[in-house]
Write a protein that binds this ligand. Structure first.
Ligand SMILES: NC(=O)c1ccc[n+]([C@@H]2O[C@H](COP(=O)([O-])OP(=O)(O)OC[C@H]3O[C@@H](n4cnc5c(N)ncnc54)[C@H](OP(=O)(O)O)[C@@H]3O)[C@@H](O)[C@H]2O)c1
Length: 296
């Protein structure tokens, strides 16, 4: 059996969000190069088209590459996209819930939710649920969630108000972003539990600190990142993508589920944050999320 570095995935059906830039584009590139069929879920049509053209030209890209438009911050758009994917792709081998945003100004979505909770958690929560049938049909199949060590800086997480709109400063954005990433990890853990016995695994990871478009909203932080991008402290998107690629392809991880993997050496020795040890919080957060996105 070849290691996941060389593994061919010709004929595998892959769906990925956030592949028009940064870490997601590098994960998508790795999948395209190994010959997979790839559906990119993107909010900007021009970027989606350009990404499909770019990835189709990669060496080894033999699969069908296409895109479906969806704004993850808009639940009706997520529903429409999911219906399109299900209609064209009856089996999904790997789903990457990767897209994310760090908003420095904050905002409220059309559905009335806090922007980062909606984009980073509620949209992917709904999309994943709507794609469960094709994932189960393809079992053994995998869901890979791009979370973050930033979850350690999370604001207090309460199921009753985590998605409530709020105002915050650029500095105050960090705990709100961190909370959305904590939601990614709790979602992963709880979904793994609920999918036990289906053959679908779900794991999350932190890519490290990556020079991507994530911080484009802050000129100060972007300038600092440009300075540090010449040091080993900041990774390239390609480096940041490696753990996600491994979680998707490593045969040694067959059956591994509900785990959070960090890419930063040493950080795996840090204890889990208290919210990750609170089973009641995790299940009530999950149930509340289902309610907020209209799943019953
Ligand atoms: N960069 C880091 O240091 C770091 C560290 C830890 C975790 N992460 C996580 O890594 C993931 C990828 O981020 P990145 O660093 O690669 O950032 P990025 O370069 O800004 O890429 C983000 C991707 O998400 C898409 N996206 C954003 N909002 C969306 C929405 N409402 N609907 C649909 N797609 C949307 C973007 O689409 P557009 O191209 O249209 O904007 C883009 O493709 C995120 O989940 C982030 O939280 C990043």
């Amino acid at each position: 059996m070849p290691s996941y570095e060389e593994r061919s995935i010709i004929g595998k059906q892959i769906v990925i969000t956030g592949a028009t830039n940064g870490i997601g584009k590098e994960i998508a590139r790795a999948m395209a190069r190994r010959g997979a069929d790839l559906t990119i879920v993107a909010r900007t049509e021009s970027k989606a088209r350009a990404t499909v053209a770019e990835l189709s030209a990669e060496p080894g890209a033999a699969g069908r590459l296409d895109y479906v438009l969806a704004d993850l911050a808009d639940l009706s758009s997520v529903r429409t996209a999911a219906a399109r994917i299900v209609a064209s792709t009856p089996k999904i081998d790997i789903l990457f819930d990767n897209a994310g945003v760090h908003s420095f100004e904050g905002g409220t979505t059309r559905d009335g939710y806090e922007l980062m909770a909606a984009t980073n958690h509620l949209g992917p929560f709904l999309l994943t649920h709507l794609l469960l049938d094709p994932l189960i049909a393809a079992a053994p199949s995998r869901i890979v969630v791009t979370a973050s060590e930033a979850h350690r800086a999370a604001a207090r997480l309460r199921p009753e108000d985590f998605a409530e709109p709020l105002r915050h400063s650029a500095i105050g954005s960090q705990p709100i972003y961190g909370r959305s990433k904590l939601l990614n990890i709790l979602f992963t853990e709880e979904l793994a539990h609920r999918l036990a016995g289906t053959g679908v695994t779900v794991n999350s990871f932190c890519p490290g600190v990556v020079a991507s478009g994530l911080i484009r909203g802050s000129r100060v932080i972007s300038a600092a990142a440009r300075t540090f991008s010449h040091t080993p402290l900041i990774r390239t998107p390609e480096q940041g993508a490696q753990m996600g690629i491994r979680l998707a392809l490593d045969a040694g991880l067959t059956g591994t589920t509900g785990r959070f993997y960090t890419s930063t050496p040493g950080l795996r020795f840090l204890p889990a944050v208290p919210a990750r040890r609170d089973d009641a919080l995790r299940t009530s957060m999950f149930d509340r999320s289902a309610e907020l996105v209209g799943l019953h």
